[in-house]
Design a protein around this ligand. Structure first.
Ligand code: SF4
Length: 504
């Protein structure tokens, strides 16, 4: 009997795709996990409403759905096997660390039987990726290596001669323009939600100690809604996605981004169907530039699959990795949004509103600041996991702990940190900020600047020998030689004091 997890809501994958018509299907809506941390209201609404809609759709198709609401998976499984002691459940493997072992234990405790099968909601299989990783003479934990292999294997954006479309593998350099003031981002498709979602949203707000705004829910909860969002993205937003992929604008939360991560990670869309639709648009239309198509496909067949690969091979150590010994608490303004730093204020406000901000806000504003501040990586990981609608541990742990905070070194070749320079180049935040983007020290100097030099100075033993950091350390040398580093350290001490009083 198929057991469908809440992140596997796809009708054509795994045991459900092969179940006979009218078959019994199990879904367990477990609630205890949602009480353990202040999840974003929209994240819980998304998961629970998605499951409830999937239940109703399966019933309409003639399946006999056992939809069990329980505190824990253990309770739900015990209830199921009391009713159906002779059943054997078949579930697709969850990407979460140790979930297979845990599910086996729970089913055993419930005197039931369980078969765990391959998770078909990824493009690559664990077996094929592991075989490649074992056989390749390159480093299998470099994204570019992995991505090129995936392109070759799938044939996505490859010519008949086996070359990458356009001659280059990666058009990242063409994803970094800032739009002119006259540019208007394309409209966002927001699903029309029904009473079931409205009722689930109210229930979530009453039942759990949630974080975030509850007034605007913009995420698809059904496959039909997700397909409509995909169609809309490909039709109207994809052409402009490429050039402005990394740009950040005030009061423009969506830019031209796909906004499909929550749907793919919930199983409402299979990543391969998204890949195919985008590649088809690139092949058939004149208005889809290569940097747009490649930019999205790199995320889907490259980065997303690479994150699962890294997570599988680096857990459990990755979740507690902290090679830079960062031990500061996450500043309170990640929850309250109360800060004079415009880039952080606006980004936290975006997350509070919808459980979402795009990848550069995540990496170069939120994770950048936390890394410079010296936040313990596990704390930032927990924050992302609780607050983003598309975040699961297998997604956030490599993205936040490693890519965002350089806590392990498994695949990041250097920390992704910057002063105000990068944020100013890629956003319009600095113009409206209380702080001066060009000043390192003194009242109103941008905190990113002093923190950046302080970060390099205090982590010198680990980072100076990194050949990718050479230029940065030549600047550190001048600041150390001139004594400017002392003023910078004083400024950082002041910033930490201000943060304590909620005045940063
Ligand atoms: S000046 Fe500094 S704090 Fe203000 S928006 Fe720019 S980078 Fe952020």
């Amino acid at each position: 009997m198929p057991w469908i997890l809440g992140t596997q809501l796809h009708p054509d994958a795994g045991p459900l795709a092969r179940a006979p018509d009218g078959s019994r299907v199990l879904l367990i809506e477990a609630h205890d996990f949602a009480r353990r941390k202040p999840y974003h209201h929209d994240k819980l609404t998304l998961v629970f409403s998605g499951m409830r809609h999937f239940r109703d759709e399966l019933r309409e198709q003639g399946y006999t759905v056992e939809y069990i609401k329980a505190d824990t998976f253990g309770d739900g499984l015990a209830t199921y096997f009391e009713r159906y002691p002779d059943d054997e459940l078949v579930v697709m493997r969850s990407p979460s660390h140790r979930s297979a072992d845990r599910f086996r234990e729970l089913v055993e405790e419930a005197d039931g039987r369980l078969d765990i099968v391959q998770n078909e909601l990824f493009v690559g299989t664990r077996k094929a990726i592991d075989q490649w990783a074992n056989e390749t003479d390159k480093d299998p934990f470099r994204h570019e290596t992995f991505y090129r292999w995936m392109r070759t294997q799938t044939g996505v954006l490859m010519t008949d001669d086996g070359d990458p479309e356009g001659g280059e593998w990666n058009y990242d350099d063409d994803n970094q323009e800032f739009p002119p003031a006259s540019w208007e981002s394309p409209p966002v498709a927001v699903p029309e939600h029904d009473e079931l979602t409205a009722q689930t949203s109210r229930w979530v707000a009453d039942e759990f100690d949630v974080w975030g705004e509850t007034d605007e829910f913009v995420w698809p909860v059904t496959r039909a809604q997700a397909q409509a969002k995909l169609d809309h993205f490909v039709e109207t937003r994809l052409p402009e996605f490429g050039p402005y992929q990394d740009a950040m604008r005030s009061d423009d939360w969506a830019m031209a981004h796909a906004l499909l991560g929550s749907s793919v990670n919930l199983g409402l869309l299979h990543p391969w169907e998204v890949v195919q639709q985008i590649e088809q648009a690139y092949d058939e239309r004149d208005d889809v530039p290569l940097n747009s198509a490649e930019g999205v496909l790199r995320q889907l067949i490259g980065w997303r699959e690479f994150m699962r690969h890294v997570y599988r091979h680096s857990m459990p150590d990755l979740s507690s990795a902290n090679q830079l010994d960062a031990d500061h608490d996450l500043p309170e303004f990640y929850w309250s949004g109360e800060t004079n730093m415009e880039c952080l204020r606006q980004t936290v406000e975006d997350v509070e509103q919808r459980g979402y901000s795009h990848h550069i806000q995540r990496l170069m504003v939120l994770a950048n600041f936390a890394t410079l501040w010296g936040v313990e990586p596990a704390q930032l990981n927990e924050w992302f996991h609780a607050t983003y609608v598309d975040a699961y541990h297998w997604v956030t742990t490599p993205n936040v702990v490693e890519m965002g905070q350089y806590a392990d070194g498994v695949f990041a070749s250097k920390p992704y940190v910057s002063s105000a320079n990068y944020i100013d180049k890629m956003s319009d935040y600095c113009g409206d900020c209380y702080y001066y983007k060009t000043k390192d020290t003194g009242e109103k100097a941008c905190p990113f600047n002093a923190l950046y030099w302080d970060f390099l100075d205090r982590n010198e033993d680990q980072l100076r020998s990194n050949h990718r950091m050479g230029l940065m350390y030549s600047h550190v040398d001048s600041k150390q030689d001139s004594g400017a580093i002392d003023e910078i350290k004083d400024r950082v001490a002041t910033l930490r004091e201000k943060a304590e009083y909620g005045e940063l």
